[in-house]
Design a protein around this ligand. Structure first.
Ligand code: SF4
Length: 236
């Protein structure tokens, strides 16, 4: 993700200041020096062949849910002094597959971050959890919502079965759509679907036109898709 500049450093000229100040007063307060907290969860059910993220194939019973949450909270404590001048704007749980993390433990981390930034948080902190279709049903989506998540990012990647197989993904197109529907059914309003384009399969390289058609198909295929944002990333 690119960095965003929320803070203007330009001083208005004296004769322009009054209207600008009036306008500023009518706007809701903005976080100053906003900061996003990223929490990485490095465990996956299997390792996709194209993946260069820090992620480890781990059998479900071997995932150290509680110990990993303890470690993240300890690291948060160790880094707190470097964020003293910042206000919390977002939290992002990425991976790996954070939807595999027991929501109880993920929620413990959410609350630890909220406590760390008490009095220094935006009014509506966006809390995103990345989810894989094979670890997201309605119950899990609701549990993540109860843990504090207000945005779910679903790794759809493609709706073409051959392309998913080529990418080494373990889900089918139908499972991807069911995961999107589960995310929306949980009551979480912000749902996004990640799609990969430019994939070179055994027969052809996916063109930008095909990628656009697939994005449109994803939107059509999911009944409540007006609430889903589609994120496209090239696979080079
Ligand atoms: S699920 Fe995501 S993080 Fe895990 S191996 Fe596949 S691409 Fe990498």
């Amino acid at each position: 993700m690119g960095s965003r500049n929320f803070v203007s450093v330009e001083e208005p000229r004296r004769n322009e200041r009054a209207p600008q100040e009036r306008e500023a007063r009518s706007r809701p307060p903005r976080a100053r020096n906003p900061i996003g907290v990223y929490v990485h969860f490095p465990y996956c059910r299997r390792k996709c062949p194209y993946c260069d993220f820090v992620s480890y194939k781990t059998e479900l019973p071997d995932i150290p849910h509680t110990r990993y949450a303890d470690a993240v909270i300890a690291e948060l404590d160790a880094r707190l002094s470097s964020s003293a001048e910042h206000e919390l704007a977002t939290m992002f749980f990425g991976g790996g597959t954070p939807s595999l993390w027991e929501p109880r433990e993920l929620g413990r981390v959410v609350r630890a971050v909220e406590r760390a930034f008490e009095g220094r948080s935006a009014t509506d902190v966006e809390i995103t959890v990345e989810c894989n279709p094979t670890s997201l049903d309605v119950d899990r989506a609701m549990a993540l919502r109860d843990a504090g998540a207000n945005r779910l990012s679903v790794g759809v990647q493609a709706l073409d079965a051959d392309r998913l197989a080529f990418l080494g993904r373990e889900h089918t197109p139908d499972e991807a759509l069911r995961a999107l529907e589960a995310a929306l059914a949980s009551g979480i309003e912000r749902v996004s679907a990640d799609l990969i384009f430019g994939v070179a399969t055994a027969t052809a390289v996916e063109s930008p036109t095909e990628a656009a058609e697939e994005a449109a198909e994803t939107r059509r295929a999911c009944a409540a898709c007006e609430n889903v944002v589609l994120d496209l990333a090239a696979c080079l």
